[in-house]
Design a protein around this ligand. Structure first.
Ligand code: F6R
Length: 624
């Protein structure tokens, strides 16, 4: 799980590569590097164990004079420890062929054995190195068949060598390859890992993600699996691994590069928490108003026969997206459609339980989570149709799915997911209401009430965000605690899980999310004097029960911080109150999650943690 970038054009390549790598650091950040070819065909290679800032300093201490093509990489280790030797780019024995790679080459051991027998010397522990030696071997074989030459004459040899190598690699890869003897081109190959091309004027880009080049161009091509791109300064050509020409129409990305920057906030996470009113608005936009069956159909092209005939829904997702799925289950079942939710990583054995009469909904911010994509393939193999809920245009998930509902939340850079989560939940409401209308399990008047209340949510999130300073004070006061407990019932139970996940991932402290009613069946034993217990206690059908569970926690010495609305506050006795606006019980997760995200943020801030890039994590988990 890494970020790759390539640049060819007239500007200072190192600046463009380093800037692109900074924007890709959310994909991994344990080591990084760049490689460039100067017009004299010499290779310039710089790698560091550590972050892009260190690479930038290294480049500044020994700058390249002029440059043409260049590639770069920021790494999240899979094969081989984080170190300079294992950092990309990797070179062949001649030191002239260079590769950056994201993904996992599954047959690398087999290839390595063969290549070592043929005389290649490996210098790293990575799977990637097999790819670069394989390209070298193919070049040798092609030269041996008399296709040698120099400069541009060698371009067909380079292309053919990379094509043959790509066709032989198994597993997942997005690669960019340069060869010192062909300074005027970059070759890029995609198989099950994200890869996009940025089309500029007299310059072109290759990257794992558009954020790496949006500052320079918005014109983008999303490559398909099994394709190679020949990237030159003034042209890009596409081919299949079989060597056939492929066609692509560029799309124009609406995000601008400042949308991917911090916009005055201290961290991306805080910025993204504040962007949530807009995220919900964007997810709802144009999808709710007429409340007739065809509104969503046009957007997601989900056939009405399918909506009417399915007997149930199966949701698969990981982490925060899984919590959105749990909220989705309450919502779908509220409208009478049986729904199961599974971790994508645990879905294998359950895949045979779905079939053509179950719609599988895969939820993923990135659309690149390997566990989710594999689970989708398993559900598909069982005959289920797949609907993807994702934030990422052109992602692998969107290609695997039969139907897609985009959340349109904009780029989420903070590793801890916030605005994408709220967009995923909003998408669940849109879908569930649409299904209920189409299946006749809701009265039109009720559907209108839900829709109207949903449309008020963005403003109510703004009100909830006004509690930020008070939340910061509470969080700061209890930030020294080693343990946190989050409790809730019913549709807010997933929010308790999400509150605990947020604090774990960015503050590195132990936190548990628990169904409030389950506490007395064992976990209540962990409560000790002054332990912070965050309880979601907004107005609901289960408020009295939650009030009782709060009393039980207090009786064991807990310091209860209650998330309430103005009405429920009168019925709850807690040490601290965080007030959110009142809405319908079923919509309350869209508001109750906001203070818990802020709470996690301020605890992490007090502990001086690296909030946007927590240790051991990466934004997009593209390995299983
Ligand atoms: C937590 C978080 C992760 C992701 C999970 C799935 O804040 O971000 O738990 O939710 O890795 O990622 P996506 O949604 O990209 O499939």
């Amino acid at each position: 799980m890494c970020g790759i970038i390539g640049y060819i054009g007239g500007k200072k390549s190192t600046d463009i590569l380093v800037d692109g790598l900074r924007r890709l650091e959310y994909r991994g950040y344990d080591s990084c590097g760049v490689a460039l070819i100067d017009p004299g065909q010499a290779l310039y290679l710089k790698r560091v164990s550590g972050r892009v800032d260190a690479l930038d300093k290294l480049i500044a201490s020994d700058p390249i004079k002029k440059s043409a093509a260049g590639i770069g990489h920021t790494r999240w280790a899979t094969h081989g420890v984080p170190s300079e030797d294992n950092a990309h780019p990797h070179t062949d024995c001649s030191g002239q062929v260079v590769v950056v790679h994201n993904g996992i080459i599954e047959n690398y051991l087999e290839l390595k054995e063969k290549l070592e027998k043929a005389g290649h010397r490996f210098k790293s522990e990575t799977d990637t190195e097999a790819a670069v030696h394989l390209v070298e071997e193919k070049i040798k074989a092609l030269n041996a068949t008399g296709r040698s030459g120099d400069g541009d004459q060698l371009e067909p040899v380079f292309f053919e060598a990379v094509r043959r190598a790509a066709a032989e690699l198994k597993g997942s890869f997005a690669m960019a390859v340069i060869w010192a003897k062909c300074p005027n081109m970059i070759l890029a190959a995609r198989q099950h890992s994200p890869l996009v091309i940025g089309l500029g004027n007299g310059e072109n880009f290759v990257a794992s993600d558009v954020s790496a080049f949006l500052k320079h161009t918005k014109r983008t091509v999303f490559m398909n699996d099994g394709e190679l791109a020949v990237v030159k300064k003034d042209s890009v050509g596409y081919f299949t691994f079989q060597g056939k020409k492929a066609e692509h129409d560029p799309v124009t990305i609406q995000w601008d590069s400042t949308m991917a920057e911090k916009g005055g906030y201290k961290h991306f996470m805080l910025k993204e928490i504040h962007e949530q009113p807009g995220s919900v608005e964007n997810t709802l936009r144009g999808r709710l108003l007429p409340l007739k069956g065809d509104v969503l159909q046009r957007e997601i092209n989900l056939p009405s026969e399918l909506i009417k005939s399915v007997k149930g829904v199966q949701i698969i997702a990981c982490g925060t997206a899984y919590h959105a799925g749990l909220v989705g289950r309450y919502v779908f079942e509220n409208f009478g459609l049986q729904t199961s939710v599974d971790f994508a990583s645990e879905f294998s054995d359950r895949a045979r339980m779905v079939g053509a009469d179950v719609l599988t909904i895969a939820v993923s911010q990135s659309g690149e989570t390997a566990d989710t994509i594999y689970a989708v393939r398993e559900a598909k193999a069982s005959g289920s149709k797949i609907l993807a809920i994702t934030n990422t245009l052109g992602s692998t998930l969107t290609r695997e799915a039969d139907f897609v509902l985009y959340t349109h939340c904009g780029p989420e850079i903070g590793v801890a997911s916030t605005k994408a989560f709220i967009g995923q939940i909003a998408a669940m409401y849109v879908l569930a209401i649409h299904f209920a209308v189409m299946r006749g399990t809701i009265f039109d008047a009720d559907a209108r009430t839900y829709a109207n209340e949903l449309l008020k949510i963005p403003r109510l999130i703004e009100d909830a965000l006004e509690g930020e300073k008070a939340i910061a004070r509470v969080a700061d006061r209890v930030s020294g605690s080693e343990h946190f407990l989050f409790i809730a019932r019913h549709i807010n139970f997933p929010i308790a899980l999400e509150g605990a996940l947020k604090i774990k991932e960015i503050s590195y402290v132990h936190a548990e999310g628990y169904a409030a009613g389950e506490m007395k069946h064992g976990p209540i034993a962990i409560i000790y004097k002054n332990m912070p217990v965050l309880a979601v206690a907004t107005t609901s059908s289960v408020l009295d029960l939650v009030a009782g569970n709060i009393e039980e926690a207090k009786a064991r010495g807990a310091e209860v911080i209650a998330i309430v609305d103005e009405d429920s506050r009168k019925r709850i006795k807690a040490s601290q109150y965080i007030v959110v606006p009142k809405t319908l019980e079923i919509l309350s997760p869209l508001l109750t999650v906001v203070p818990l995200q802020l709470f996690a943020y301020f605890v992490a801030l007090a502990k001086k943690c690296d909030i946007d890039k927590p240790r051991n994590l990466a934004k997009s988990v593209t390995v299983r």
